[in-house]
Design a protein around this ligand. Structure first.
Ligand code: ZN
Ligand code: ZN
Length: 238
């Protein structure tokens, strides 16, 4: 039965027009990138800390999370933030490749535990000045696809970024926490809600933690982080 459905889906795929792979340029029916490039992406399969998704030998909670637990209790990442996934993220953010956001969010939703879905999804907000500059919030695009695929409520405007902080990537790791302190405000009553916060890349987790603090103040009871990519040690940082 399963192979019957797999045959149908591969037939449907063949009926769609071939398109050049975003990464290698070869024509394929696989979507934004071809099957070979998909296999080469840094899929996030190694054992990792369930809280912050940092690799840990047996998938146990990492020392950092034991010492200073973040306000989100679980992280789901689709990829490690390394080549060539970094190219896709960069193109999504700065090359206005909106279709990429959709394709990446689909990969993320495959990883979400369907037996423990939250009540709502909240994207990492952009400051209005940055939004004007970029024209779109990539985290909102990611969150919208995830919410639609999983049939969960999208709270697109529940949270605001109230301070236009320098990009985290421009700062040393130690200063990132201070940089985003009180950067967010949540305008919605989230009493008793289980919330997933959506962002493109998780590095130190400082932004996600600051956003988690804002939703926790409004009553959110269980906060998880959904990210496309997790920066891994020695993968260059961001
Ligand atoms: Zn390719
Ligand atoms: Zn951890």
């Amino acid at each position: 039965m399963r192979s019957y459905f797999m045959n149908i889906s591969s037939i449907i795929k063949q009926l769609l027009p071939a398109q050049p792979c975003f990464l290698c340029g070869s024509m394929s029916h696989d979507g934004m990138w071809c099957g070979a490039c998909d296999a080469a992406l840094p899929h996030f399969d190694a054992p990792h800390c369930p809280v912050c998704a940092l690799p840990s030998p047996a998938g146990e909670v990492c020392g950092h999370c034991l010492q200073i637990p973040p306000l989100f209790t679980r992280t789901t990442a689709a990829f490690g933030y390394s080549f060539p996934l970094d190219k896709l993220i960069h193109a999504m953010k700065y090359g206005e490749q909106l279709a990429l956001a959709h394709a990446l969010a689909e990969k993320l939703t495959l990883r979400i535990d369907k037996n423990a879905l939250p009540d709502c999804v909240i994207p990492m907000p952009l400051h209005p000045a940055k939004l004007r500059e970029r024209g779109f919030n990539q985290s909102l695009l990611l969150a919208a696809t995830a919410a639609r695929k999983l049939n969960i409520e999208l709270l697109a405007n529940a949270c605001q970024r109230v301070r236009d902080t320098p990009p985290q990537s421009a700062l040393p790791w130690k200063e990132r926490k201070k940089n985003v302190r009180n950067a967010f405000r949540c305008d919605m009553d989230l009493a008793g809600k289980r919330v997933a916060l959506v962002d493109d890349v998780l590095t130190t987790g400082a932004s996600l933690n600051a956003l988690a603090e804002a939703v926790q103040k409004r009553g959110a009871v269980e906060i998880s982080a959904w990210v496309i990519a997790r920066t891994l040690p020695r993968s260059g940082g961001r």
